[in-house]
Design a protein around this ligand. Structure first.
Ligand code: 5GP
Ligand code: MN
Length: 329
């Protein structure tokens, strides 16, 4: 794992990354599955920048952008079927391991192409030929801002909107402990370049479907507390009649707000006996290690994993690991 850089300075993309970006003609940029604002914001920002350099980037994600991100310029260009495109380079964004690229990465088709990784997760396993990983940044979109500086690309309104959306959503509106003075400086520069912070806040953090509110209600009825760990469950049956909604977005951070809690987890039961676990913790904890040991990844205070098995057993396993972490901290 990488040591953290000085958060008051711009991060520096490696020279070989800049060279590879200048050299490619049609790169395939991949954002992680079940994409969030940073995944989509970074994907679109990099797409706009490479387009500006005269490239023909293909923008891909296994799952479509959520409705709350479809206001972003270029989001209608994101595809989940890349079989017809002859690409010459792969760039994974906001993804800490190859499984995060989901079905877009085709090991047969793509294995002979250069793979570039641009990410800010401390658990990144450096799965590319070139890996630019900056765990001290608040968002991959913040790295995109530094990349624009390094490539001397002028930041227009579209680019600024994509970058600021990634930064706003990954910091939950500048609330996370990686929100440095530089993060706010960059946010101000992006607003000066034309991004509307208010519009981004309204579209993302301040907008939820009625189905999501109902799912929160059902999941909140399951909330329990055990030795510093607060947890809630979102089972398949609880989601019946909620129009295909899967994740109770934002719920893990909300329940961590209980002042007794040091860590929080929400269990989302998926079809085919899989359970997605979303972790949050208060400063002083390190749940990235817990998630990584369970096959997932993330940040010290926000991480996750998806485990195969039955919900009751997985809850028991994950809670024991989290309680162990909290008691030892
Ligand atoms: P969330 O709880 O918002 O879904 O995820 C929190 C953080 O953990 C995000 O940075 C996300 O990228 C990471 N994360 C969540 N689930 C997984 C997973 O299954 N694998 C990996 N590598 N990271 C994950
Ligand atoms: Mn991110």
């Amino acid at each position: 794992m990488k040591t953290l850089t000085d958060p008051s300075l711009p991060t520096q993309p490696p020279a070989e990354l800049l060279e590879a970006l200048n050299y490619c003609r049609r790169p395939l940029i991949i954002a992680h599955l079940a994409p969030d604002g940073d995944a989509i914001g970074s994907l679109l920002a990099l797409g706009h920048m490479l387009h500006r350099l005269g490239k023909d980037p293909i923008l891909a994600c296994q799952d479509p952008p959520p409705a709350s991100l479809r206001f972003l310029p270029g989001s209608d260009r994101i595809t989940n079927d890349v079989r017809d495109y002859a690409v010459d380079q792969i760039i994974a964004v906001d993804s800490s391991d190859p499984t995060r690229m989901g079905s877009i990465y085709d090991p047969g088709e793509h294995k002979n192409l250069p793979l570039l990784v641009i990410d800010h997760h401390v658990t990144n396993v450096a799965f590319g030929q070139i890996n630019w990983v900056e765990p001290a940044t608040a968002a991959t979109a913040q790295m995109m801002y530094d990349l624009a500086l390094a490539l001397d690309i002028e930041i227009d309104t579209d680019l600024a909107t994509c970058m600021l959306t990634g930064m706003v959503t990954d910091t939950r509106g500048f609330r996370t402990n990686n929100t440095t003075a530089r993060v706010l400086d960059i946010a101000a520069a992006l607003m000066q370049a034309g991004a509307s912070l208010n519009r981004i806040m309204e579209r993302t953090l301040n907008s939820h479907s009625f189905n999501l509110i109902q799912l929160w209600g059902r999941a909140l009825e399951t909330v329990e507390f055990d030795r510093g760990v607060i947890h809630a469950t979102n089972s398949l049956v609880m989601r019946e009649g909620l129009d295909g909604i899967v994740r109770p977005e934002g719920l893990t951070s909300f329940i961590l707000g209980a002042y007794e809690a040091k860590a929080a987890v929400v269990f989302t039961e998926l079809p085919e006996n899989k359970v997605e676990c979303s972790f949050r913790a208060r400063p002083g904890q390190n749940i990235a290690e817990v998630a990584f040991a369970l096959g997932g990844g993330g940040h010290p205070l926000a991480a996750g994993c998806t485990i195969s098995g039955m919900l009751p057993e997985i809850k028991e396993l994950v809670l024991s690991r989290l309680i162990e972490q909290v008691l030892s901290s």
